[in-house]
Design a protein around this ligand. Structure first.
Ligand code: UDP
Length: 238
């Protein structure tokens, strides 16, 4: 039997670091290809996919610029870093004959379309993957927050948070052998137990707007397809 998607429109968040594979810096094209291959399969099933990519594989504002350069400028650099990832993803998707557009929150018109919600919506309806660059376009924010913001704007059914961990745990599983993974958890519990799913700005934005998040491991990119076809992996937050 052919699996059917359980979502019509999704917002996939991929951290920059995920695109660097085991190198933790720059781009690992074997990883990118395997992720794009799965995205293509999802598109072919008729799922509309928006993607927000991080930039941590090149630059994180506070971590890499802290104490060396002014915060806002450091964040501008982080937003630029996301664009490199967007372009790499877009190119690999195009090589696989997937139709794709990059839209950036900060205008870089010679390189990508500016972010325009209605245009993004049209692209998605036409079966094009839309990759959103530059996060929210504002310093002091994260690409996780951008993922929630774009998900709200394009009215995505769900945010797929592809991480380097396979779910939300009661404690850090690396430090606490008794840590248990949740299959589902409410936002109230996330807050009450001070669990980190995303940063607090992103968490409160998704909570306030009732957007469900599914957190799962990107290590096996097929997980994206598993989640989209309703397989219960990772943790559902909602
Ligand atoms: N950034 C920003 N505003 C945004 C999104 C990102 O200023 O709306 C900057 C910030 O400096 C951040 C960097 O871009 O550290 C890279 O984004 P992020 O750390 O979210 O990437 P990820 O950890 O997902 O790879």
């Amino acid at each position: 039997a052919v699996d059917k998607p359980v979502f019509k429109r999704v917002l996939l968040k991929i951290s920059g670091e995920a695109l660097s594979g085991d190198k933790h810096f720059g781009l690992d094209f074997d990883v990118i290809k395997s992720v794009c291959h799965v995205i293509k399969k999802c598109v072919e099933m008729g799922v509309e996919i928006g993607i927000v990519v991080g930039g941590g594989n090149f630059w994180r504002g506070t971590k890499d610029g802290g104490g060396k350069i002014e915060r806002t400028r450091a964040d501008h650099m982080g937003m630029m870093a996301t664009v490199m990832n967007c372009l790499a993803l877009a190119d690999v998707l195009e090589q696989m004959d997937v139709s794709v557009r990059v839209q950036t929150a900060l205008e870089i018109k010679a390189v990508a379309e500016p972010y325009i919600r209605l245009k993004a919506d049209k692209h998605l309806k036409n079966g094009r993957v839309v990759i959103f660059g530059c996060g929210t376009g504002c310093p002091y924010f994260s690409t996780d927050t951008a993922a929630v913001l774009r998900a709200a704007e394009i009215e995505a059914d769900v945010i797929l948070l592809a991480k380097n961990i396979d779910g939300v745990y009661s404690a850090d599983p690396k430090l606490d052998p008794n840590a248990v993974k949740y299959d589902t958890i409410s936002y109230d519990e996330v807050l009450a137990q001070k669990l980190t799913v995303m940063d607090s700005t992103a968490t409160s934005l998704s909570m306030d707007n009732h957007i469900p998040v599914i957190l799962f491991a990107l290590k096996d990119p097929e997980n994206i397809l598993r989640v989209i076809t309703g397989e219960k992996i990772g943790t559902i937050v909602g």
